[in-house]
Design a protein around this ligand. Sequence first.
Ligand SMILES: *Cc1c(COP(=O)(O)O)cnc(C)c1O
Length: 396
Amino acid sequence: MHTDERTPDYPAGTETILTHGGRWPDRQHGFVNTPIYRGSTVVFPALDALEDMGLRYRYGRQGTPLTDGLEDLITELEGAAGTVLAPSGVAAISLALMTCLSSGDEVLITDSVYEPTRVLADTLLARMGITTRYFDPRIGDAIGGMVGPRTRAVFLESPGSLTFEIQDLPAIHAALAGRGIAILIDNSWATPLFHRPLALGADLVIHSATKMFSGHSDVMMGTVSANADFIKPLAATHRTLGLTASPDDSFLVARGMRTLGVRMREHERRTLALAHWLAGRGDVEVLHPALPSHPDHAVFARDFSGSGCLFSFVLPPAPREAVAAFVDHLEIFGMGYSWGGYESLILPTKPHRIRTATPWTHSGNLFRVHVGFEDFEALKADLAAGLERYFSSAGD
Ligand SMILES: *Cc1c(COP(=O)(O)O)cnc(C)c1O
């Protein structure tokens, strides 16, 4: 297996935070894990208590000790002022955007964004009188020139989840500084273990906790963390919208977090090995920002301390039958949406169908790969056989 040039680097203290953060055994009879509080009603012993708005737990929608612990853990990892949980990653994206935008405002969104984020902007936000313009993911400080009188937020996703462009967050932050524009970023791919956007100028950081945080493909959840300027409006919007996360789902995500450090390291090692092996074949174009051949590698190496479990590759143009020949007979890789679990996945997609600001010019077929924990040689053999089928079907 290919070994990476450098050992992945977590910021100091990360692994201890993952292990001990957000749980308090002395508050629950010594039990290591905070139990699930499955509850709506909280009863008050007397009128004084009912009228005491400072009481932390007054009703189930406002959270429980378990959800508080999970929020604290993510807050510590992101270096944030606070975090809220939402019932899915898309709910977290909606919440973050609605925290910053009002009718009449404009948001600028990277053209490489996760497709449901685009759907939200083009439908619901549009209906509420919020306009969207999409920008080249590699725009860097030229974003300053796109700002209009009504621009209130910029939405990044780095890397883009199908096409893997890295956005130059420090340059974007510098270009927008002092202009009253919030910077939002979807950090699901890198996690706070490999990328801390708040320290680079972002205001709100979003995760699909469905992916790496849970790690087992068994739960849907999202999170939004904010800096000191945005935590109050974020918490208020969260409360107003009633986006409470389920206590049971919170337990699964809290459990997943405890092993995030070892999982990220192992995912990174395997993913890089597979990406290097594919790139070395010569007939496959690999889109992975940790590869020196990637156009954004310098920005990636500066701002990220490691890489995730997901990348894409492009094969030379071939008809649909070749794509089917590849994916229909894989023995280990499953075909499906999502990622971040223990099992390997592959997804043929068509980015040119989605983009509007910067056309996707690759003419070949794009496949997104999530590398799980199966035997590595078996994963390689499965892909090699699939490529063989693709190329022989394409040549027919
Ligand atoms: C999956 C995903 C989301 C949405 O998360 P859900 O939990 O599925 O709603 C958001 N952003 C990225 C980058 C994702 O991959």
